[in-house]
Design a protein around this ligand. Structure first.
Ligand code: 5AD
Ligand code: SF4
Length: 457
């Protein structure tokens, strides 16, 4: 009866939330065909890597991992290895993997996820690597299975692909052109999530602000937010990523008005110098960006702001870099994700002159970090003494006696308190600030608000 045992798989996901969301679809398929997820690679029947192509480091990690899997596969030839995602959507990379690591069973891209069960079947029957890439994305496919591990927060796609072609970015080449999901599909998915007990959704798109441009009906991203706010019972709505070029005053207004839309915007600036922004093909200036921040703060004064910044884009001078520091100081971000520029073959920036030396990139990166950390800590210190709503994620990974969760402004709070469960919305009094997180204790205010629902769960 040994063959009654469920087949097992393990999956590693690199990169962004889009990839995480795709992984949930792959898990959904695997659930349907009777696989069970395990943590350990050793002994697993299937190992999947959902890869990222945004920076070289992520790609190097995947190559290293495939190499190590080759050793395991010698001991356990029955183990299947599948590589998918953005990295292998680049045809040359996919071919390189097939050639250098012939023990890989299946390679497929970002556009043919819906075909995963058939591809897996084909790979199981084939002695050679099955390589299947589609050049183009095709229409949005609805109704694919999904297995979400978390029961509190969910990712919900609203657009796929990107039309922007920022000169450093590989995403438009591996994720295809922009396609919006129909509002009804999105609303119905969120209604169902709320019914299942989810408290928060993050609407996902490479550029959420261009939502709806390809739809027949007149509808933009702000309209979608209003509908999700009105028509669903979800407690918290977030979204990412916003492109500053398409961020409208209407959206800022909606953010201020819709109760369930959280007070946080992730608005990547990428660079502060207008010359570099132009070379990046970002379509806005530093001044336009700063105006947007003013508009946002006018309508949503408590809104937290985070950003992405690339350091060492080709041709970036010390003066250009000082412009970046200037924006960071003027905006005073709550948080910034900072990256060393990584040349991506096939993108215009990779062939631009005056690539910046690694030491220079690293030195600027360090200075940027110091300036940003100061702002992060300052924002966190301002929260001390306040009582804020926290959506509980569960016990802290480092200390099971402490619970962890996030504020509406996306700040991580580690706190103490009785009768707290994952998925609860609790009021927490902030007692201490760190650069990356807040400490607190469950507030006595909860007696009147949340306790009955906590014990009723
Ligand atoms: N090098 C470094 N960072 C990059 N990003 C995108 N492409 C590159 C690259 N080639 C960063 C951008 C983007 C984030 C997701 O990754 O800041 O917003
Ligand atoms: Fe890349 Fe620019 Fe599209 Fe973002 S908006 S995915 S940075 S091309």
């Amino acid at each position: 009866m040994a063959d009654m045992k469920k087949k097992t798989y393990t999956m590693t996901v690199f990169g962004c939330q889009m990839n995480e969301r795709d992984a949930e679809t792959l898990r959904g398929f695997l659930d349907e065909i009777g696989y069970e997820e395990v943590d350990e690679v050793e002994g697993a029947d299937l190992v999947i890597m959902n890869t990222c192509a945004v920076r070289q480091k992520a790609e190097e990690k995947v190559f290293g991992r495939i190499g190590r899997l080759g050793v395991l596969k010698k001991e356990n030839p029955e183990m299947m290895i599948a590589v998918c995602g953005c990295m292998v959507q680049q045809e040359d990379v996919a071919k390189k993997i097939k050639k250098s690591y012939p023990f890989v069973d299946l390679i497929f891209g970002t556009h043919n996820i819906a075909a995963f069960p058939e591809l897996l079947q084909r790979a199981a029957e084939s002695k050679e690597t099955v390589l299947d890439l589609w050049d183009e994305a095709g229409d949005v496919v609805e109704g694919l299975p999904v297995t979400r591990k978390d029961g509190v927060k969910a990712w919900v796609n609203i657009t796929y692909g990107c039309n922007n072609f920022c000169s450093y970015c590989i995403v438009p080449y591996v994720r295809g052109r922009e396609r919006s999901r129909k509002p009804e599909e999105i609303i119905n998915e969120i209604k169902a999530l709320a019914k299942q007990g989810f408290k928060e959704v993050t609407l996902l798109g490479q550029n959420v602000n261009s939502y709806g441009k390809d739809l027949e009906e007149e509808m933009d991203f702000a309209d979608l937010l209003v509908r999700v706010d009105r028509e669903t019972d979800i407690n918290r709505i977030r979204f990412m990523t916003s492109h500053p070029r398409d961020f409208t005053e209407k959206l800022a207004k909606v953010m201020g008005e819709c109760d369930s839309v959280c007070e946080h915007v992730h608005l990547p600036i990428q660079a502060g110098s207008n010359r570099i922004l132009k070379l990046m093909n970002r379509g806005y200036t530093k001044e336009h960006y700063l105006d947007l921040v003013d508009i946002l703060r006018k309508y949503a004064p408590d809104c937290a702001l985070s950003t992405d910044i690339i350091v060492g884009f080709p041709g970036e001078t010390e003066e250009d870099f000082l412009d970046t520091l200037d924006v960071v100081d003027r905006v005073g971000y709550d948080m910034a994700f900072t990256f060393l520029y990584s040349p991506r073959s096939g993108t215009p920036a990779a062939d631009m002159p005056h690539q910046v030396a690694n030491e220079v990139k690293k030195e600027r990166f360090q200075r940027l970090l110091e300036v940003q950390n100061k702002h992060s800590l300052r924002h966190n210190q301002e929260a001390v003494g306040k009582t804020v709503e926290v959506l509980v994620e569960g016990p802290s990974k480092t200390d099971p006696g402490v619970m962890t969760g996030r504020t509406r402004s996306s700040k991580t709070v580690n706190f103490t308190g009785e009768n707290v469960n994952a998925g609860d919305l609790v009021m927490v009094e902030i007692t201490q600030a760190r650069t990356w997180s807040l400490l607190g204790r469950k507030s006595v205010e909860n007696r009147n608000t949340n306790d009955s629902s906590v014990s009723g769960d």
